[in-house]
Design a protein around this ligand. Structure first.
Ligand SMILES: *[C@@H]1O[C@H](CO)[C@@H](O)[C@H](O)[C@H]1NC(C)=O
Ligand SMILES: *[C@@H]1O[C@H](CO)[C@@H](O)[C@H](O)[C@H]1NC(C)=O
Ligand SMILES: *[C@@H]1O[C@H](CO)[C@@H](O)[C@H](O)[C@H]1NC(C)=O
Length: 292
């Protein structure tokens, strides 16, 4: 009955609406819903603000990173009534030393956000911002995703794919079969064939796993002269490496195109040399004739 009344009286329904809105906003802050996307090497701001906007200068808040293998959390940043990791407080994890700062002028607005400099792959993960001494205590969860640029990271990370092996198999009637092979890589790589324009070519493959390493082979059939690339990508660690091969075809597909071209080139060269020699001989002969 009172609900019915509320709906009919505008001020009451407004209160209900505002309360609903506030609880929605509150849940947005609390749940695992806050996600921060940031590019590798950029700085990240991890947000954490109390909706009450109460002054934080004299209280304690603690930022930690979840999901370590042993279930322990890493200490990212701790502020305790003016003491913090950048002015002598001990206990910060090595990974974050010298990289994290808070916003001093924002504390009085209830804002405990932090900035972490120079994002690397290892920074991806779930963070929590805790106010253990508040009544009731509060925790905010933030998921940080570092977007990696794809590049050759062979020297940087163990387990990256080495350059793949390319082989040309001549067992097709109207074209050639190209084979690309990755021997032992982890995490599992994606292997693709591309033409020189960057188009991904249809291919077939097989994959096996031994001792935690992946062995991948992919084949594609080609019928046109082009530079073909086998591109190997390990998305999770931002690693990409490739190998290329040039495949020549005559007007009609033939198996030893490159050999034929070479032979043609060789004959051309011989003829050229002979013509030059004859011309020179003629020249010398005429000079000799004139001189006489
Ligand atoms: C908290 O401070 C940071 C850094 O100045 C700012 O980017 C963020 O918008 C602030 N959050 C709120 C809720 O004001
Ligand atoms: C960021 O970190 C990388 C190593 O991960 C380092 O090579 C680079 O110089 C750093 N950049 C800045 C701006 O500190
Ligand atoms: C972070 O948390 C989200 C949701 O809570 C989960 O799906 C994700 O796997 C977590 N990420 C890591 C790296 O633990």
């Amino acid at each position: 009955m009172s609900g019915f009344k509320l709906l009919r009286t505008p001020p009451g329904s407004l209160v209900v609406f505002v309360c609903l809105l506030m609880s929605v906003v509150e849940n947005l802050h609390k749940g695992p819903g806050v996600k921060v996307l940031v590019k590798e090497h950029d700085d990240a701001i991890l947000p954490c603000s109390l909706s009450t906007r109460e002054n934080l200068e004299g209280i304690l808040f603690d930022w930690r990173k979840n999901g370590q293998k042993n279930g322990q959390k890493k200490e990212v940043f701790l502020y305790d009534a003016g003491d913090h990791y950048n002015n002598g407080h001990q206990g910060q994890d090595e990974q974050f030393k010298g990289r994290v700062s808070h916003f001093q002028d924002q504390l009085m607005n209830g804002n405990a956000s932090i900035k972490i400099q120079n994002m690397t792959m290892a920074d991806s993960g779930n963070y929590s911002c805790d106010f253990p001494h508040l009544q009731p205590s509060q925790t905010f969860n933030i998921e940080l995703v570092v977007e990696l640029t794809l590049k050759d990271r062979s020297g940087e990370i163990p387990g990256t794919c080495p350059e793949p092996y390319i082989k040309t198999l001549n067992d097709m009637k109207d074209g050639l079969l190209l084979q690309c092979e990755v021997r032992g890589a982890s995490p599992k790589p994606k292997v693709q064939w591309q033409d020189s324009a960057g188009n991904i070519l249809p291919s077939e493959g097989k994959c096996s796993e031994r001792g935690g390493l992946y062995y991948v082979t992919r084949w594609t059939a080609v019928t046109k002269t082009d530079q073909y690339r086998c591109v190997v990508t390990q998305e999770e660690i931002g690693h990409q490496i490739d190998a290329e091969t040039f495949v020549p075809f005559c007007e009609k597909p033939c198996e030893d195109c490159s050999a034929k071209n070479l032979i043609g080139g060789f004959y051309g060269f011989i003829i050229g040399v002979v013509v030059l020699a004859v011309a020179k001989a003629l020249l010398v002969a005429t000079k000799h004739f004139r001189a006489n």
